[in-house]
Design a protein around this ligand. Structure first.
Ligand code: OXD
Ligand code: MN
Length: 614
């Protein structure tokens, strides 16, 4: 059994080891040597491949079970004591009932396996916004991934010992290994037997049956979003599904930090790592997925990235679309479910060069005729294949990305993929209006992508799968932030904007796929405008939905001629009929929250209706 100077940790590990009955218990130190040793053991057991050390130093390749390739929202539960406290957007089960089921599953679940104990910090060690946790797991892949994604090991343990406290995170792949049997390439339980469970009142996480990403690397979605959002509500801060970027105007060296929340598949990682197309501006990355924000003494909201790595979707990451992301996985990286080339490197659709003949696809089949493969029907790399890469590898990482006190947030952006209705950028009139914008975030989904009815899926604050309590109460918490004593009157709060890179005019054949805005690096033009607005500059026009840029306020110099003053007028327009329809959709969305919807938001909706003449 392990012996640390944290009595709570010793007792807790003993209790779980008694239940799970592992062959041995190992306390992880987080060293590079430990990482290499564990990954090499996986290679020796046939669970992984080491990539060519010259091409990808110290990097490993895993293939998951085909049933275990993504987060499982249908098997994710918020087990608050009262169902109402989980709210209308979460799966719920009574905590006592859930614990009974899971203790049954956990009993003997690590037979024949090693129990790894992973002490970790979310955020820089000892920082005022950081938090400590310990994950128990029977997966060496999880240990290796946690080493990349969090600050884990001896440093975190020392802090846990000082505090005698941590957030408990339980994980098992749910597949005991009978003596004498060879392990599966990827051990996991069947889909209906996977459990991703958060107990928000106890600040505990219990998961079972999946070894993949957000289901198993418990520092990420389970802790840094679901449990942390509840802690943030209790303690007066924010735990958000947001990237953090730092924008510098090179002429004056002035900087602004921007946090942005977009639903999946809206280009969050691309924006976080953007390379500007307009001269004189620099974007640096602080985080690509999660932001924790707390007030400082002056009432400034300061943000940290609680993670230490990027768990990025691999396909369509290329030198063209996101060179910084590609460079981030040049070494010390774990790849899962991508293609494995005959020369010991990785490949995925959209990487920017052809698939080498003889590549192994994510299911383990050899690709003999790459040119004839249908990338949509039968991709070489699974569509949700991933890299886990250290953030420190990123050439565009900001020098202060690990600042324990965080960076001052100047602007918050919400956005989604909206082919119509929503202009390129509009600005909230005040904090409550900004919260209203966050609460109505939606994004277009295609039926094929996630098996939903095509249309706009509401994903408030991009937190739909990640809010650890009643989403209506979460809206109220955002409203209340402005009034907290720590906000010092709310004068230094960030400005809030809503952006939409995806508005289209399909009848304009000159535009690629009808997109009224070029996106990617040209989004720097919108960031430059937002920078100016934070300084009280940049001309705006009032519309029923908020302030939009005046003609000429966004620099379009040097854009391809298909994007011009006429398309700018279109992409910034506010169409009253479209917004009347949008209001009806918002009313349907708000109805779900019933008595938990803040009055401030229904008031804001009433103002919008009145302005639209409804
Ligand atoms: C992620 C997600 O993996 O949001 O970051 O699903
Ligand atoms: Mn995410």
């Amino acid at each position: 059994m392990i012996k640390t100077n944290c009595a709570k940790l010793n007792t807790w590990v003993k209790m779980w080891a008694d239940i799970m009955q592992p062959e041995k218990v190992v306390l992880c130190d987080g060293s590079d040597a430990e990482f290499t040793r564990l990954m090499d053991e996986c290679v020796a057991e046939g669970l992984a491949k080491k990539l060519d050390d010259k091409k990808r130093p110290n990097s490993y390749y895993f293939q998951s079970d085909p049933s275990d390739v993504a987060r499982v929202e249908g098997r994710t539960f918020i087990c608050s004591r009262k169902k109402e406290d989980a709210g209308p957007t979460n799966n719920w089960m009574d905590p006592k009932e859930m614990k009974k089921i899971l203790i049954g599953k956990y009993t003997g679940c690590m037979k024949g396996r090693t129990m790894y104990v992973i002490p970790f910090s979310m955020g820089p060690l000892g920082g005022p916004i950081s938090q400590l946790g310990v994950e128990i797991t029977d997966s060496a892949y999880v240990v290796g991934s946690m080493k990349i994604m969090t600050r884990m090991g001896a440093g975190a343990l020392k802090l846990i010992e000082e505090k005698n406290d941590f957030i408990p995170c339980i994980h098992s792949v749910g597949k005991p290994l009978p003596e004498g049997l060879k392990d599966a390439k990827w051990a996991c339980a069947p889909i209906d037997d996977k459990y991703i469970v958060q107990f928000p009142e106890e600040h505990e996480i219990w998961t079972y049956g999946s070894g993949y990403g957000g289901n198993a690397l418990l520092g990420k979605k389970c802790f840094a979003l679901r449990i942390a959002s509840k802690m943030a509500q209790e303690e007066g801060w924010l735990a958000e599904h947001m990237l953090i970027l730092k924008l510098t105007k090179e002429a004056t060296k002035e900087t602004k930090c921007v946090c942005a929340a977009f639903p999946s598949a809206c280009g969050k990682t691309n924006l976080a790592m953007l390379i500007p197309t307009i001269p004189g501006w620099k974007v640096e990355t602080i985080g690509d997925d999660i932001a924790w924000m707390k007030f400082d003494e002056e009432g400034n909201l300061r943000a940290i990235n609680p993670e230490a790595g990027f768990f990025g979707v691999a396909p369509y990451t290329s030198a063209k679309t996101n060179k910084n992301a590609l460079d981030s996985c040049s070494k010390n990286t774990i790849f899962t479910n991508v293609g494995l080339t005959p020369d010991g490197d990785i490949w995925w659709e959209g990487i920017g060069y052809d698939c080498p003949k003889g590549t192994i696809d994510w299911k383990g089949n050899i690709v003999n005729d790459p040119a004839s493969r249908d990338a949509d029907e039968n991709p070489v790399a699974h569509k949700n294949s991933r890299f886990a890469a250290p953030a420190a590898n990123c050439p565009g990482i900001a020098s202060d990305w690990e600042s324990p006190k965080g960076v001052k947030v100047d602007a918050i952006l919400f956005g989604g993929r909206r082919p119509n209705t929503v202009p390129l950028v509009h600005e909230a009139e005040d904090w409550a209006h900004g919260v209203f914008m966050g609460s109505i975030v939606g994004s277009e989904v295609t039926a094929a992508a996630i098996g939903l009815k095509a249309g706009v899926r509401r994903d408030p604050f991009a937190m739909l799968p990640f809010c650890g309590y009643n989403m209506g109460d979460y809206f109220q918490h955002w409203i209340d932030m402005e009034k907290l004593p720590q906000a010092k009157g709310g004068k230094n709060l960030p400005k809030i904007f809503f952006v939409n890179w995806f508005r289209r005019d399909k009848s304009n054949k000159a535009l690629p796929a009808g997109f009224l805005w070029p996106g990617y690096g040209d989004n720097s033009r919108v960031l430059a405008y937002i920078f100016d607005r934070c300084n009280g500059q940049g001309e705006t026009v009032d519309t029923p939905i908020g302030k939009v840029p005046a003609k000429g306020a966004i620099n379009i110099e040097g854009l391809d001629s298909c994007w011009n003053e006429k398309t700018m007028e279109q992409v910034l327009s506010v169409n009253v009929d479209e917004w009347k329809d949008e209001v009806e959709r918002i009313e349907e969305h708000y109805a779900k929250f019933a008595g938990h919807l803040p009055k401030e938001l229904s008031d804001r909706l009433a103002i919008l209706k009145q302005r639209l003449g409804m």
